[in-house]
Design a protein around this ligand. Structure first.
Ligand code: ATP
Length: 300
């Protein structure tokens, strides 16, 4: 799938270019990459939540054959969002209604998605599943810390038992032990019940803990797609950008990648990482490397 945004003056921002991956029941794929590389746009496209200036091409098929990119708004609203594809949104506080309590959000979602009669008990069970404290259920969104808002959003996303769960930065604002608890809960929720999980994250430690497969995105493209065990273990990442991401970690070399990513409205003709890459040569600057056997690099 690809997504681009039409801008004034006939310009385009190429937010996602030719992203291709599969995700089976019980599997978790972690989509990692720097801020602005297109991760959230990809997730929004899967839920039909892109703004009006977005254009999508390609397809994104659920196991039952429904193409999420081609589905109309009625289908998405009535049968997809929350039911077939769940979302833990980025910036959860902004997704909660300010004048309603967390309990009210949870009970409404329970009633809407499950038809359960005892919405109060089901809402409390949903909160417990995401480690949201019962003592805060009657609080409004502005009374929640970032971490609590995150857990409220996770609780809401799990209610519909959707076969595909998208979690966009589900551990932002959480302490490390809560990060581990949250990812373990998401993992158990999907693996044990044969659901699929697409996690978007900056947190490589969380990705390592949760993922079967890692997709590294750079400037709108997936530049490496690898089993998590080989990516985080031996032989490690193959793309120089992916190696740079791991080397930037404090527990590894603690060496940042020099420079900054290119503007998605002004991408170079060759490899978008070439300007920051110590291995780049003329071939890299001339032509864009396709994703071949899991890596998009002329020098890998
Ligand atoms: N409505 C829009 N019009 C134009 N460009 C947009 C629009 N929405 C997003 N973009 C651009 O698409 C690119 C990808 O954004 P996206 O939010 O997916 O990044 P991200 O990888 O999720 O970053 P972060 O981790 O910070 O959320 C960014 O360059 C952003 O500016």
């Amino acid at each position: 799938m690809s997504v681009r945004f039409r801008m004034s003056g006939g310009r385009y921002v190429e937010a996602v270019s030719d992203a291709a991956f599969g995700l089976g029941p019980g599997e978790c794929l972690a989509l990692v990459g720097e801020s602005g590389c297109g991760k959230s746009v990809l997730a929004s496209a899967l839920l039909g939540l892109l703004p009006g200036n977005a254009e999508t091409t390609g397809s994104a098929r659920l196991g039952d054959g429904l193409d999420l990119l081609a589905a109309d708004e009625k289908t998405l609203a009535r049968t997809v969002r929350g039911r077939r594809v769940g979302l833990v949104p980025q910036s959860p506080a902004a997704h909660l209604t300010p004048v309603r309590t967390v309990r009210s959000h949870l009970e409404e979602t329970v009633r809407e998605l499950t038809g359960t009669r005892d919405a109060r008990a089901a809402a409390e069970a949903a909160a417990a599943r995401a480690a949201f404290p019962e003592s805060h259920l009657d609080h409004h969104p502005h009374q929640l810390s970032g971490g609590l808002a995150q857990r409220a959003a996770t609780a809401l996303a799990l209610i519909g038992d959707a076969p595909l769960l998208l979690a966009d930065e589900p551990t932002t604002g959480l302490d490390r032990d809560l990060v581990e608890r949250t990812v373990d809960e998401l993992r158990a929720h999907t693996r044990d019940a044969g659901r699929a999980l697409l996690v978007i994250t900056h947190d490589l430690a969380a990705a390592q803990r949760i993922a079967d497969t890692v997709a590294v995105m750079y400037a709108g493209r997936i530049v490496e797609l690898a089993p998590a065990a080989t990516f985080f273990g031996t032989p490690g990442p193959r793309h120089p950008y992916a190696r740079g991401l791991l080397d930037a970690l404090p527990e590894r070399a603690f060496t940042p990648i020099p420079g900054a990513p290119p503007e998605l409205g002004d991408l170079p003709p060759g490899c978008a990482f070439a300007a920051r890459c110590a291995l780049a040569d003329d071939t890299c600057r001339a032509g864009r490397p396709p994703l071949t056997e899991g890596v998009a690099c002329h020098r890998a």
